[in-house]
Ligand binder design. Structure first.
Ligand code: IPE
Ligand code: IPE
Ligand code: MG
Length: 256
């Protein structure tokens, strides 16, 4: 008989909920291939997972959710696939915006909007504007996002401010530099989830994940559910975050 899965939704109750969860939503193509479907059907199925996970994070009490929707490197894909991904995003916003706004979710875009299709830019701009003053969960969509680009943009903007006399070089520290990133003002991710098993970061939040807990699942994104999210949080609650220091009592005693 198959072993019954633990009820992670129940098990995480009362434990620490990660303030910021970041997700690399990967494996849509493989999900579709396994079903002999076109890759785009995998992307469409992935949108249902996204809807479910955004809702779950909000209900569980996550303060910031950042999802990787399209990387600066994803432009290398066939034009049809890129177009479809952009269309899906517009569709997602169209369908979900009212409900997200009602829940007080604040939508942000991480990435450069300039090279996105016009309708996609407009849809995102509208969502950001509409939800700007909301006080609930922050929902960051990393779209046309690359972490190296983000860091370079931050360096350029810091240099400009120094050249303009708005900031002195001696005042530049990690905290100030962080404020120049697209995620400025937000806490770093506590937990990074990657679906579909790849053991890499793929140019995502390189600066911000310095001490983030990593959780990789074999499950492709379209199969990822609220239960999987809770499983990740459950495992997170059992991690010992040391940030380079010592935490356990025995380690302290060893040093005494
Ligand atoms: C993630 O799924 C979606 C994006 C990167 C936009 P993939 O399309 O990368 O799926 P695989 O990795 O080919 O299975
Ligand atoms: C990362 O997935 C980007 C997104 C999920 C948007 P990829 O499928 O592009 O990553 P690689 O190519 O396997 O590293
Ligand atoms: Mg992939």
């Amino acid at each position: 008989m198959a072993k019954k899965k633990p009820n992670y939704s129940e098990l995480i109750r009362g434990g620490e909920i990660p303030r910021h969860i970041a997700i690399i939503m990967d494996g849509n193509g493989r999900w579709a291939r396994k079903r002999l479907m076109p890759r785009n059907m995998g992307h469409r199925a992935g949108m249902s997972s996204l809807k479910q996970v955004v809702q779950a994070c909000d209900e569980i009490g996550v303060k910031v959710l950042t999802v990787y929707a399209f990387s600066t490197e994803n432009w290398k894909r066939p034009v049809d696939e890129v177009d479809y991904l952009m269309k899906l995003l517009v569709e997602f916003m169209h369908k979900e915006l009212a409900e997200l706004n009602e829940k007080g979710v604040r939508i942000n875009m991480l990435g450069s909007p300039d090279t996105l299709p016009r309708d996609c830019q407009t849809e995102i701009e509208d969502a950001v504007r509409l939800t700007r003053d909301n006080q609930g969960m922050v929902f960051n969509i990393a779209l046309n996002y690359g972490s190296r680009r983000e860091i370079l943009d931050a360096v350029i903007n810091c240099s400009k401010d120094i050249a303009a006399g708005k900031m002195a070089t001696k005042d530049l520290n990690e905290e100030v530099f962080s404020s120049y990133l697209y995620t400025g003002g937000l806490p770093d991710p506590d937990l990074l989830i990657r679906t579909a098993g790849e053991m890499r970061i793929s140019n995502f939040l390189l600066w911000q994940i310095a001490y983030t807990e990593l959780w990789v699942s074999e499950c492709p994104w379209p199969d990822f559910t609220r239960a999987d999210l809770c499983h990740a949080i459950y495992d997170y609650q059992r991690r010992e975050r040391r940030f380079g220091g010592l935490i356990t009592k025995s380690q302290d005693e060893d040093n005494a």
